[in-house]
Design a binder for this molecule. Structure first.
Ligand SMILES: *Cc1c(COP(=O)(O)O)cnc(C)c1O
Length: 517
């Protein structure tokens, strides 16, 4: 007799994505026993138990892993394609300016890409502190207002030879040419931005072919040099064949310019390298992509008899998307109307925590339940309970609902892929939509092979009120109505996740743990 049984969440994942409930789920998340484990070491289930949800978990070793992996893949691709040049990995800091993100990428060996004046000030500070080593390039992109140019000039005058203004128009050039110390310049190819017609908006960046020739001549007649050719196609790298076909025209342009500009030695293909943070079952052949990219460039350069350039990639979302996760709890459920799926009402806000869910068509995030894997799976939609905005939903109404365990209230979800852009777009530390407060944040990093953490408490109401110009309220509301505000508990790395390396100078938190207080 066949017994009809509802599919469990575990069976759904297996059937839909071929994922087992034990082991690897993505390249940054795994499940061991009943726990979700980030980066092979950090137990999210234990963190949710300790701190409650909502909680932001920032795990910086993931950034190191991303940078290191790409270096190894590039090395393989170099061998496969017999490419004599290097790939320089730059972190596009606009994806996440948080100090721990930028500094972790730099420690992993990344170069730097800036998008605005304050970004150069950050780089300048890091350069002064020795955290941004002198051998790193700092590619300065975007349209440059006078303060952006000043920041670049000041960084160069402070002794940083790696700062490369990538020209967006000829006025910038006229101004920066007056820098007394020699600068290395880049030119950004305007045609690359929307050659395929798929990126309206990207064609506002960079110089026309004629302007590039003018810029090259002016730089050649100065004490500066032209070093970088920047051609960013946009974020279509997942469509690899299309990307390479589109890029080839830029490589040809590079070759023409290289023939008259011997100082040109870098080809920068910009950002758009994909990441596993946004959907389960994600697969991308990074080595294959880099091999084809290098082969295309090597062959094109050979055809034009110019030496191959070193490559620069500007990795934004790839670097940081997967290093942070929101743990958000289903606070209540509501039956869907008619045929519509039920609502899972979150003790947070989709709009505030993942604004790209609204801003970017087709934007998805990997969302995994912390428990309920053996419960029946059912279609649901998430809604932010802390705003009363009809747009505060995920997935968007026109998209298929999410499949989650039917556990309802109390289910904690790990919303992944939120480490890039989300916080920068939503703002950090401000007053948010419907005054949705920012959750507490645990920042876990690695020191001497051990995980150490610090806890930043949730945003409190008085701070938000002050920002809006109110006098501090005599009696503040607890921000997390179902739970009293907790005292931050020092985080202990579970023994199983501690590595056994002995360090001469253990970090403070680890010492506390080691001595049992
Ligand atoms: C935003 C940006 C990047 C980073 O793009 P990702 O898709 O996040 O990797 C790189 N280069 C430039 C010029 C950018 O504007």
């Amino acid at each position: 007799m066949v017994q009809l049984k509802q599919q469990t969440y575990r069976e759904y994942l297996q059937g839909q994505f071929g994922l087992a409930a034990e082991g690897t789920l993505t390249d940054f998340m795994a499940r061991q026993g009943d726990d979700l484990i980030m980066g092979g070491r950090l137990n999210l289930t234990a963190l949710a138990r300790r701190y409650g949800a909502p909680l932001e978990v920032v795990y910086t070793p993931q950034i190191t892993a991303q940078v290191t992996r790409m270096g190894a893949w590039a090395e393989q691709a170099r061998l496969h394609s017999a490419y004599p040049g290097r790939l320089l990995y730059a972190y596009a800091t606009k994806a996440n300016f948080a100090a721990e993100a930028v500094q972790t990428a730099l420690r992993a060996g990344a170069h730097y890409e800036t998008s605005a004046a304050p970004d150069v000030l950050i780089a300048h500070g890091l350069f002064r502190q020795g955290l941004l080593p002198a051998d790193r390039l700092i590619c300065c992109n975007g349209s440059k207002e006078p303060n952006y140019r000043d920041a670049i000039r000041n960084l160069r005058l402070a002794g940083c030879t790696g700062v490369v203004p990538v020209l967006d128009d000829l006025d910038e050039l006229a101004d920066l040419l007056e820098t007394p110390l020699p600068l290395r310049f880049g030119v950004r190819e305007r045609a690359a931005g929307n050659r395929d017609g798929r990126h309206p908006g990207s064609d506002r960046f960079g110089l026309s072919a004629a302007e590039i020739v003018t810029a090259a001549e002016r730089i050649a007649n100065s004490h500066h040099e032209l070093a970088v050719y920047h051609a960013m196609i946009g974020s279509q790298i997942e469509d690899e064949a299309h990307f390479l076909a589109t890029l080839r025209a830029s490589v040809v342009n590079y070759c023409h310019l290289r023939r008259r500009t011997p100082s040109l030695r870098y080809f920068n293909f910009g950002g758009g390298v994909p990441t596993s943070g946004y959907r389960l079952g994600f697969a991308f052949d990074y080595v294959g992509f880099l091999t084809k990219l290098m082969t295309t460039i090597r062959e094109t350069c050979a055809a034009y008899a110019v030496p191959v350039p070193d490559l620069i990639g500007e990795f934004g979302r790839y670097t940081v998307a997967t290093h942070s996760v929101y743990l958000i709890e289903v606070g209540a459920t509501k039956t869907g109307q008619g045929e519509n799926p039920d609502w899972y009402l979150l003790n947070g806000s989709v709009m505030v925590s993942m604004p790209d869910a609204l801003l970017v068509e087709d934007q998805e995030f990997v969302i995994l339940p912390l428990s309920g894997w053996d419960r029946p799976v059912k279609p649901v939609r998430l809604a932010g309970r802390r705003t009363c905005d009809s747009d505060d939903v995920y997935p968007r109404p026109e998209r298929a609902p999410l499949m989650l365990p039917d556990s309802g209230a109390g289910l904690v979800l790990a919303v992944c892929g939120v480490g890039a852009y989300q916080q920068m777009i939503s703002g950090r530390g401000g007053a948010h939509h419907c005054l949705s407060p920012e959750p507490g944040r645990v920042i876990v990093s690695e020191e001497d092979g051990r995980l150490v953490s610090r806890y930043v408490p949730p945003q409190d109401q008085a701070t938000i009120m002050r920002l809006l110009g109110y006098q501090p309220q005599p009696a503040s509301l607890p921000l997390n109505p179902d739970r009293p505000i907790r005292e931050p508990v020092p985080f202990r790395v579970p023994a199983t996740y501690r590595t056994r390396r002995i360090s001469a100078r253990p970090p403070r938190l680890v010492r506390q743990v080691a001595t049992g207080d």
